[in-house]
Design a protein around this ligand. Sequence first.
Ligand code: ADP
Ligand code: ADP
Length: 229
Amino acid sequence: RPHITFDHVVFGYESDRTILKGLSFEVAAGSHVAIVGPSGAGKSTIARLLFRFYDPQAGRILIDGQDIAGVTQESLRAAIGIVPQDSVLFNDTIGYNIAYGSSAATEADAINAARDAAILPFIEQLPQGFETEVGERGLKLSGGEKQRVAIARTLVKNPPILLLDEATSALDSRTEQDILATLRRVSRNRTTIAIAHRLSTIADADRILVLDQGKLAEAGRHSELLARG
Ligand code: ADP
Ligand code: ADP
């Protein structure tokens, strides 16, 4: 069954400008999908529509079969965990950063939740522990380490949908591959959408949606798209 459906979605930021021109696609529950396309194609716009920062001018967006036009932004934030390209961490411990925004009452609870959520592989890849202070007065994390903490912070909330908005695009491709491999391991059955422009990000996706000029240009597995040229 589809977890997310875009049904002939029409959207433009100004009335005279159409970014999405009747975009339709489905994301199967538990699948890992990549959305790719040239800069300006409307990839981040899809993310903004999913959170109802804007509503489509025509067409519908469904989550679990329900039109999100009737869903509050708060519920959507609970349903969709987003990791942006440049995550901002607090000048506090890694544990605090992971606990932040989770429903756990204390930092210790959140760390236990992190262990239960089987997201530990993300933390174990860090050379530092939960108690390490990061940021201005603490340790300066590399871009990859920062994104690992950001992904862990999102996963600990156990969102049904994980949305990576160019979350690994700024990293070197070795680090990107490490993070994506870990993500596949710990988040195999979670519906995951990776918005990306780099080929290495998407090679292992169950399905790749290629966005061009406001519509779906192609969809398929990496090998299928390559075979079609
Ligand atoms: P992508 O993520 O594929 O690079 P975006 O979804 O960010 O593309 O943007 C799609 C188009 O919408 C671009 O032409 C961009 O300039 C335009 N756009 C994005 N945000 C706004 C906005 N807030 N107001 C007006 N135009 C916007
Ligand atoms: P959190 O508080 O869950 O750690 P953030 O502080 O990164 O998350 O973002 C707060 C909220 O802003 C997110 O839940 C999401 O609704 C929205 N948001 C953040 N980045 C983006 C983005 N790139 N595109 C769309 N929505 C975003």
